[in-house]
Design a protein around this ligand. Sequence first.
Ligand code: NBG
Length: 891
Amino acid sequence: MSQNTGYFSSSIPLNTAKATTTPGVHEADVPLTRPTSLKRVLSGPALKTMLAGGAHSQPKTPSKDDSEFRDYSHSEISRDVATIKNSVVMHLTATFLRTPASIDSAHAYLASAFSVRDRLLQRWNLTNEYHDKIGAKRVYYMSLEFLIGRTFDNALLALGLRQEYSKVLGDVGFCLEDIIDEERDAALGNGGLGRLAACYVDSMACSNYPGWGYGLRYKYGMFQQQILNGYQVEAPDCWLDSPNPWEFPRPDVTYPVKFYGHLVRDPHSEHRFKWESNVVYDAMAFDVPVPGYGTTNVGNIRLWSCKTNTLFDLNKFNSGDYQGATGGQVAAQILTDVLYPNDNTNDGKELRLRQEYLFCSATMQDILARFRKTNRPLSELPDLAAIQLNDTHPTLGVPELMRILIDDEGLSWDEAWDITTRTFAFTNHTILPEAMEKWPVPMLDKILPRHMGIIYDINLFFLQKVEKQFPGDRELLNKISIIEESNPQQVRMAFLACVGSHKVNGVAAIHSDIIKQTIFKDFVRIQGEDKFINKTNGVSPRRWMNECNPDMSDLITEVVGDRSWVNDLTKVKQLEGKLEDVNFRERWWAAKQKNKERLAEYILTTTGIKVSAHALFDIQVKRIHEYKRQLMNIFSVIYRYHLLKQMSPEQREQEVPRVVIFAGKAASGYWVAKQVIKLINSVAEVVNSDEEIGDVLKVVFIPDYSVTAAEVIIPASDISQHISTAGTEASGTSNMKFVLNGGIILGTVDGANIEIGEEIGEEQIFFFGCLAHEVEDFRHYLRFNQPKPDSALQTAFDMIQRNTFGDAQLFQPLIDAIMRGGDVYLLSVDFPSYIEAHKAVEEAYRSHDEWVTKSILSVARMAKFSSDRSIQEYAEEVWNIEPQPVLNCGL
Ligand code: NBG
């Protein structure tokens, strides 16, 4: 913890205040004139006055047409170091009660972050005020997960204030990088789906689209993963223990959300009901600003937290029943306490259903409250609001909107249904059967009786329509019914989302095709091809290049001429012109090498393992899941170890040294995935301590994978592995991040790997394995026949079974899943071509020149995978919204 001494005595002369332009930030964004009160620089005597509480003029309460207020908002971003320093000092003293002797890096971070947030707040207000004023149509991106990671550095870069803050912190004895490290990740998501949501709100802000994310404010985010004796151990992630500068509590934005109870039919209407219940919780909003890079627009993620103070029972407390007094609070609070740690699995817990409903109900009420302010008829809701369902988790939004429109607003069923289906669109993110959300009818009926009724009606009217379209086809009706006729009956949420939406999309071309041929096959026939589209995922170049890979970013900036590529990734194409430039190539590689050294350092700190930064870095980081086949990777490592052990020292010298790096969390209840982690760590222990092997092979499992860890790991890859069984990984997004950072993919013909290959050229990617259309035949064969592992895979099995990596019994179930369990993920089928692909990688890596060419070409051709492109496609083809830059608002 660094201590500060000279902070309060420093004095900055007024004339240092100077506005400078920052690449990527528009001229007009830089304030030229500011109200006098803000020009005051609080140094020396002024600071003393401020500390005495005298220099603070009260903020003006704005009226709607207060143009002075708007000017103030618009010009607030000041770049002069003195002003920044004043605001940091102000927060240190006034917000955090620090004295010169008690400033540590944690508080230096908080004060700096709060001062950045003040700036964002001004822009946030202006953005929303402007979008309201012009009656802009907004998109609402509903997602149970937002894997945001850190915000401070991202905000500094977006506002173009990184150097200034570095200077301010440097002046008082802190290093910006250390201060950045004080921030805890907002880990409100499991993996790709949640990170995608974060990239999408970033792109909306940067591309000036009026749009908000909606989600839940979990008290405990994604658990912290510790590795003890090679096993994963979960610890709670208490990320809200210290103040969170990146949220604004909004006690005034609170909605009641009902559960349980009973229904009373409206005597005057067939479809209207009154829903009565005593179980009513309050959902309160917290707003998380999303900084826009190179624009004054600021996006927003509104997260709901279950508010509990109204549930405190004073009567019970007064009569001495303390537990009873707080019982209601405990029951409510738990709703937004934890994020379910399942990626691509649905465990059907009642609490999760209640979470989903709290989220959907509060969000629908909020969207309608905003809409009502426009005084336009409800039939025009789809002209002002587009709602995107990020997977099926927010699907209860459909019956909830129907309920409000019919029961509260008095609309007819047909009117309500028309509005609902024109408002919602749905993204499917998986076809794994275990991930398909289904809720037992009795559970839904008990918790949400009105919604169950509405779902029955939606289903009835849908089936009646289909019956007319395809008379007599009973089997078809059974197949497409929203209610599955199992015991008990289940509500198929994917079908409900599909029927309730005007567009359905998958997340990569192959995946969108697969859903049309499998789960939605009959829906395509009934509702028409046009409804089913593809929107290939993307990643934010702000975080996944500009922020995490500064050296390569500087090189790109040099080639492009400015930093505008950060908001227009098509410009990286210009890198191709540098392919023959020897000096450029060397600097490119130096940037990669520096990233590898940074990762080697990180590995040493987090695991104690020393790796050579000159080895080939071979990385697989993602959630641990059977379909992602980390097991196949570690089997190949075992085989490599075996080969190395057979060699003479001279032969080993000739090998390409390799560091195989794993990271990723397993869902706490996913036993197989946890055994895979144990196996990786057991292999690592043996290999890393084998002196004969030395640096030729190292195996590392980096604990507690997170967005922040990814920002260190991804830029350092030579090879990254994306090796899911063909047809199982809907898209993948880390594959995009790795290639964008100059790494090469070793992967299957699956998800977005395919489109990446198409864009960058097949010479730049190492494909292997069977194809998606072959998978069913192989699975069918293996259901009735024992797999025949090739000699390489058999060698890996044998080594495990000879207790080379500890007690073989621990790992036998992993082998059994292949040899006796039908090898569902086709490891035995793909292993030979996987080993061949590894050989090809090695050959290519030996030719350094060839490798550098691949690396530069790959980055140059990655424009398609910017999330800005994805968002633009959604905006134009699904949401029908336009960019609305606040800078052009003329205020
Ligand atoms: C995941 C897929 C990934 C995909 C992300 C984002 C779920 C349900 N699906 O392949 O497995 O990249 O979604 O679309 O988490």
